[in-house]
Design a protein around this ligand. Sequence first.
Ligand SMILES: *Cc1c(COP(=O)(O)O)cnc(C)c1O
Length: 236
Amino acid sequence: MSIITDHLKEVKERINQAAQKAERDPSGILLLAVSKTQPVEAILEAAAAGQNAFGENYEQEAVAKIRSIRTNHPDLKLEWHFIGPIQSNKTRAIAEYFDWVHSVDRERIAKRLSDQRPADLPPLNICLQINISGETSKSGISPENLPGLAKAVSVMPRLKLRGLMAIPEPETDPDKQRKPFRAMKALFRQLQEAGFELDTLSMGMSGDMNTAIDEGATTVRIGTAIFGPRNYPVQQ
Ligand SMILES: *Cc1c(COP(=O)(O)O)cnc(C)c1O
């Protein structure tokens, strides 16, 4: 068995165990394989092992890989999630090539994505990125400003608001690690109670997926635990 196939199996086992511990149905947790900096071959290997949702952070790198896979493996139906910071000059390609965007934190970027989503594709699935750990992170909208952004995005014609995403600061103390995930779940519930039909809580990475699942994650974004260390620094 190849190492990626092996790792995928281990990660799924971890998801199952964490779900069981939290008394949740593991089928309600999507495993997103984060393939940034990994070559097409690694993605194909994961796809051959049954993985079909992939996360990418860098538009140019991602589009090159997606195009290559679509050209050389036209029968392979993979789902692409954009999870990196978004500059406005990248929105067109993101709207054209991706099925999901997890990292929307500004109305202006959302509007560009909606305007640029090709008419022959279904609406682009959107998660709003929350700055849940405070000062240190530059990405993500503050919880105070979330309701306004959710309202604006929910009426954009070519977007479908699906949920929330966060990248909490890594913590060594398990109690401290739990706090931001719990806060995310509370925000998620508040929006649902306000009438937004959300089904996606995107949180948890290789190092903190168990806690994220325990606190209600419905999508975990896993890179190194599947593909190993990242290959090269991407400049863009
Ligand atoms: C790189 C990245 C991941 C994956 O992180 P790992 O620690 O390698 O699992 C998840 N989410 C985002 C937003 C990332 O940029």
